[in-house]
Design a protein around this ligand. Structure first.
Ligand code: PMP
Ligand code: GLN
Length: 450
């Protein structure tokens, strides 16, 4: 195998999704909704697939290009005119490639409208947006394009697990910094976990290429405040680094909190790539469509990765997501807008799950955003000394819980480095974008725990 993938073979999703596959298991593990996506995106997909042209590579006028160049050949134009035509064809191909490689035209246009509002600035649909395969594809293309051999990339623990292997595959070195729990806190929310500004400043040096932030955060649900983001932004500017801002849960923010895009802080647009996901936006995780947004001078390098790896994304999916975005663009800031109504619905589910967990004697960390909740299982005092010594407590706990209690979760140490294992191994992560009946099934299991 290639050295770049050495030590990256273990993956929490591969391991725990297989364990939770048994239909008798109540699955609050891997993050995916069991509530239906909005009907209009499903209908838009069916409609898109019924149009023949939509089942081919986007974008339609590739064929047009081909036929035009053929016509030029037939015409046998005089030499100087032919030369002129070659330039025209060349330019036309160039224009096509801009459309093709960066995303389906109606999707990048819809994204530029929605995000134009969210950023409070014009987003160029052709130069400042790249559509890829999921948030994963967006993260991968950004890291591959911009992180060099030997570069350091700061990652905040707990982090969405793929950041570390992606930085390693690019030849970079992950530099981890944990969120710390405010001392003396008992009933806690994700806001009680904070970044120590001095500790963070100490992680920046001349090798630092970028910091990866994730707000709202997976797994802890922290929504970084404007002040916290400003502190991070100041360090990025001081040390002239990039920022990869994973905002796939951007719309899922609960009452009393606000999602702030770090790219909108002064001096940050030019150094930030922001990552979004259709899977999270429309509750269609299986669609695997995502996007990166940023300044042209960065995005053109992500495009180089895209055009030499995947080239383009599925046309009907892009068309359906475009329709969904346009519909909600018209409703933005109104309660019927899916971006808002899903967050409202999920807030009720968050509170329901928190009650269930508390009833069972465990302590939830109430998330300010996203659709996950950390739960401290210390109070259960579950003896797992009969299990594999080498594994962290949370790995053993979740494996035991799936087998003995038929309830699936995700161990939180999957989201931290080795040095932080001790601080996080008494936590498990539960997903609450689930039907109330699924949450109630979890309640029954937890009620009859002993
Ligand atoms: N970032 C975070 C924080 C996530 O939770 C996910 C969910 N898988 C992703 C990125 C990847 O998104 P997608 O499923 O669109 O690839
Ligand atoms: N983002 C989802 C989660 O955190 C799914 C990740 C995955 O399946 N790779 O659960």
């Amino acid at each position: 195998h290639a050295k770049r993938i050495e030590g990256l073979d273990k993956n929490v999703w591969v391991a725990f999704t297989a364990l939770a596959a048994d239909p008798s298991v109540v699955n609050l593990g891997q993050g995916f909704p069991d509530i239906p996506p909005p009907s209009y995106v499903k209908e838009a997909l069916a409609k898109a697939a019924s149009v023949d042209r939509m089942n081919q590579y986007t974008r339609g006028f590739v064929c047009l290009c081909g036929s035009q160049s053929a016509e030029f050949r037939v015409l046998k134009l005089p030499y100087h005119l032919n030369e002129y035509c070659i330039i025209m064809v060349f330019l036309f191909f160039h224009l096509c490639s801009v459309f093709i490689e960066k995303g389906h035209p109606s999707l990048v246009k819809a994204l530029s409208q929605v995000y134009g509002k969210a950023y409070g600035r014009q987003i160029d649909p052709l130069k400042e947006i790249l559509v890829t395969v999921g948030g994963y594809g967006s993260l991968f293309s950004a890291i591959q394009a911009l992180v060099e051999e030997g570069d350091e990339v700061i990652i905040i623990e707990p982090f969405f697990d793929c950041y570390v292997p992606m930085v390693r595959m690019a030849g970079g070195k992950p530099v981890l910094i944990p969120l710390r729990l405010k001392s003396g806190k008992k009933t806690i929310t994700s806001a009680d976990w904070f970044l120590d500004p001095d500790e963070l400043a100490g992680k920046f040096n001349s090798k630092t290429k970028a910091i990866i932030i994730n707000t709202p955060n997976n797994p802890i649900g922290k929504v970084f405040t404007k002040d916290e983001l400003q502190m991070i932004a100041d360090l990025c500017i001081k040390h002239d680094t990039l920022c990869f801002s994973d905002e796939v849960y951007e719309w899922l923010v609960y009452r009393g909190h606000q999602h702030v895009k770090i790219a909108t802080l002064p001096g940050m647009w030019d150094r930030t790539v922001t990552i979004g996901s259709a899977g999270k936006t429309f509750s269609v995780t299986g669609w695997k469509l995502g996007w990166s947004i940023g300044p042209e001078q960065l995005m053109k390098h992500l495009q180089t990765v895209m055009q030499n790896s995947l080239y383009t994304c599925p046309t009907p999916l892009q068309e359906a997501v475009a329709q969904g975005l346009l519909l909600n663009y018209e409703l933005m800031d109104q309660p019927e807008c899916y971006f808002t109504s899903l967050a409202d619905e999920l807030e009720g589910k968050r509170d329901r799950l928190a009650d269930i967990v508390e009833e069972a004697g465990m302590t939830p960390v109430i998330p300010e955003g996203g659709y996950f909740m950390l739960v401290d299982v210390t109070a259960l005092n579950q003896d797992l000394s009969h299990m594999d010594e080498d594994e962290a407590y949370d790995y053993k706990f979740v494996k035991w819980m799936i087998k003995e209690k038929k309830l699936a979760a995700i161990p939180v140490t999957a989201f931290v480095g080795e040095e932080s294992t001790k601080d996080f191994e008494k936590y498990i992560r539960l997903c609450f974008i689930k039907q109330d009946s699924t949450l109630d099934a979890a309640r029954s299991i937890l009620k009859s725990w002993t």
